[in-house]
Design a protein around this ligand. Structure first.
Ligand code: MN
Length: 457
């Protein structure tokens, strides 16, 4: 099956150009001006932007956490991703402490294989460290996993500075990379205990017990550990300028540091936690928490300057009924927001259209950089001959209002309810097949597991 997209503007990391795109089977066969070739179908995309399929390198589908399970499993979550122009997700496989990485990987394949609507890969969580886990790492690379996750907070997940160092040394040897959740566990626990003792149990205590300075402290500590371990790291879901300053310091020392932020930190702020209505506030609980509105400009600036390389969502959805678990105690609110369905339209609308973020910056942050960082490039992340025919057809002249009721994610609210988009996704192609048209997901679960290579960013 050959499909020709005619009259569009192809977005790349070095700008835009008017070009037709010929897809042949699962691959892009040709990109060029006024292609005069035979195709089974020719689609007029005049006036539209053609982005490489977006990659969301931070999702949590079908995750058992906070005594419950995320509302979205791989089917509903990846369907929502696809509808939002995301043709590849990288989810976090997460063995429990005491389990092998191999077991965690098998479990994630069980959750995802045959059920996933977009292409997918896994990062592997290292939430335990010993000789047998160390010995398993080469096997992970062989299974297509080149990136790992570690936590500097959450007792169930954290392994401590010594083991973070040892794990980074091992990843250095193997050419792997680690994304790290940076918040200072100990001090945060102290602040939580203080608020609980004072009877301050509402959602407002969530951001108040996780101040941004403690994120910056953990970033700084991690980067000093990474410096002596001589290993590149990714700061996942960075939220504020103090944390970003620590990254800049490490870069001046010569370190390789990559930064991810998320739409919620670019577009939402902590005033949402201070609403009197429990449910209105609890739905925004995530960690790190939303920050003061004044932080947003630093994140947009970091993106513009290339200090922030990727935008992922940290999609970790819970229904309002699940969020109700913390009515009497803010620490029992399951933490996480849905976002996988709206990232592309939000970044275009509130970045490109409203803040003059360049299209090439958006293309890098949502597609090319995650593809390079996580070893999917050039199969993914670029519209080029030989790459997978994953294409988002974006109509800048369209507009709609984001409503939970229109979304297909399995969650009964949307953090961006009422946001008006500039433009909209009119079509999504996944490996050459039309997968989404005008907001309707057309296809079943066609997602393939992606064996990933090493970081090339
Ligand atoms: Mn996460």
């Amino acid at each position: 099956m050959k499909t020709l997209l005619k009259g569009g503007t192809v977005v790349t990391s070095s700008g835009t150009r008017r070009a037709d795109v010929l897809m042949d089977g699962e691959k892009i066969a040709q990109v060029g001006r006024a292609l005069n070739v035979a195709a089974d179908e020719t689609v007029d995309v005049t006036g539209c932007l053609l982005f490489p399929g977006f990659i969301d390198a931070h999702t949590h589908f079908a995750l058992d956490v906070c005594n419950t399970t995320t509302a979205d499993d791989f089917a509903s979550g990846s369907r929502a991703a696809l509808r939002g122009g995301t043709t590849t997700v990288i989810d976090f496989a997460c063995p429990n402490k005491g389990e092998t990485l191999k077991h965690g990987l098998a479990l994630w394949h069980e959750k995802a294989d045959g059920k996933t609507y977009c292409d997918y890969g896994f990062h592997m969580t290292i939430d335990d460290w010993n000789d047998s886990i160390r010995a398993e790492l080469p096997e992970m690379f062989a299974a297509g996993i080149s990136s790992f996750k570690m936590y500097l907070t959450y007792p169930a997940m954290m392994i401590g500075d010594e083991n973070v160092y040892l794990a980074l040394r091992e990843l250095k040897k193997l050419g792997g990379i680690a994304g790290v959740h940076c918040e200072s566990a100990g001090v945060i626990n102290g602040m939580i205990a203080e608020r609980k003792a004072a009877g301050k149990l509402s959602p407002a205590s969530h951001p108040m017990s996780r101040p941004q300075g403690l994120e910056a402290e953990a970033v700084s500590r991690l980067l000093r550990i990474a410096e002596v371990a001589d290993c590149p790291v990714v700061i996942v879901h960075l939220t504020n300028h103090e944390a970003l300053e620590e990254v800049e310091r490490a870069r001046k020392r010569g370190q390789k540091v990559y930064v991810e932020t998320c739409p919620q930190y670019l577009l939402l702020d902590d005033s949402l936690y201070y609403q009197d209505d429990y449910s209105a506030a609890a739905r925004y609980v995530c960690a790190p928490p939303l920050r003061d509105k004044s932080e947003q400009k630093y994140l947009w600036r970091g993106l513009r300057r290339g200090e922030i390389q990727t935008i992922s969502t940290d999609h970790c959805s819970f229904t309002l009924a699940q969020k109700d678990a913390g009515r009497e105690d803010f620490t029992k609110i399951p933490g996480g927001l849905p976002g996988v369905e709206t990232r592309g339209e939000l970044i275009y609308s509130y970045g490109v259209a409203k803040r003059n973020i360049h299209l090439d910056t958006m293309c890098r942050a949502l597609a090319e950089n995650p593809a390079k960082l996580y070893g999917l490039f050039p199969r993914k992340g670029i519209i080029r001959r030989g790459s997978d025919a994953d294409i988002v057809v974006y109509d800048p002249a369209a507009s709609h209002v984001i409503r939970a009721s229109d979304c297909v994610a399995n969650v009964d609210y949307n953090p961006y309810e009422g946001f008006v988009t500039a433009g909209g996704i009119s079509r999504v192609y996944l490996r050459g097949r039309l997968a989404v048209q005008n907001g309707i997901v057309l296809d079943g679960p066609q997602g393939k597991y992606m064996v990933r290579g090493k970081n090339m960013l």
